[in-house]
Write a protein that binds this ligand. Structure first.
Ligand SMILES: [Fe+2]
Length: 257
């Protein structure tokens, strides 16, 4: 039967929506509660919706009973502090799974390439239902930062680099695309991440906000791209050697974020 997917995500695996006027909203992400959760880089997460309405960010499949990334339970103490973020997550009207704010400390492009990973949004997702994709709403004004998306982790021939100013709104099939963010600057970056079920509601939302499946790549000097690619290869090899020496199977892909 197959999953219900968005035609708008067919070509590249992402869409960029109109920019949101972030300046109008209070900085609610500063008020909510964060928990340590190691993801792609130095990160913390503040859940707004979780598996059981607790302040924790584990995958829904790691709970009892295990289930897919849908029907997230809103956390009253967080919702109270961040009503605008919740409103934005609910605006499409699509089923919401995990919904949380990520805090990412500054890093470099070479870190990003090593941090590239695919999400596991559709584990236990029943065939014939909507494919889970993710929304990324940038909250802080990270004018020089960008999302890096690749079809293949180590192949630079398909690499999308999408700017992350305040109010940038992306929807990404993060189980298809390898992804991570390059975040320059001195302060942490904050971004609202929501798991949505694909279907007519999400399609209508993308259309309403003029989603486009291609935007110009953020320009990065070729020597930085080359150095990043070399550093990614070096770190992947070092990691493989480390696990080989320990006689353990390597965990190849990081999940989450
Ligand atoms: Fe991720």
């Amino acid at each position: 039967m197959g999953y219900i997917k968005s035609a708008a995500l067919d070509e590249t695996g992402y869409v960029v929506l109109d920019r949101y006027n972030q300046e109008l909203d209070p900085q609610e992400w500063r008020e909510i509660e964060y928990v340590d959760w190691k993801s792609s880089g130095e990160t913390q997460f503040a859940p707004l919706a979780s598996a059981q309405g607790e302040i924790e960010v584990n995958g829904f499949w790691n709970h009892t009973p295990p289930r897919t990334d849908k029907d997230g339970v809103w956390i009253p103490s967080q919702v109270e502090k961040a009503p605008n973020l919740v409103r934005r997550a609910m605006e499409p009207g699509a089923n919401v799974g995990r919904c949380r704010v990520i805090e990412l400390q500054p890093n470099e492009y070479s870190d990003t390439l090593y941090n590239l990973h695919q999400d596991d949004n559709n584990r236990l997702n029943p065939d014939g239902t909507g494919w889970v994709v993710r929304g990324f709403f940038n909250l802080t004004d990270d004018a020089d930062s960008f999302f890096v998306l690749r079809e293949n982790r180590t192949d630079p021939s398909v690499e999308y680099r999408i700017a992350l100013p305040a109010g940038a709104q992306l929807i990404i099939d993060t189980q298809r695309l390898w992804h991570a963010a390059t975040h320059t600057g001195a302060d942490a970056r904050y971004c609202l991440i929501t798991s949505w079920e694909s279907g007519p509601e999400l399609d209508a939302y993308m259309e309403k906000h003029n989603g486009v499946s291609r935007v110009p790549n953020v320009e990065v000097p070729q020597d930085v791209l080359d150095a990043g690619q070399a550093e990614q290869a070096r770190r992947i090899a070092a990691r493989a050697a480390f696990y080989a020496a320990k006689g353990q199977a390597e965990k190849t892909a990081m999940s989450e974020a």
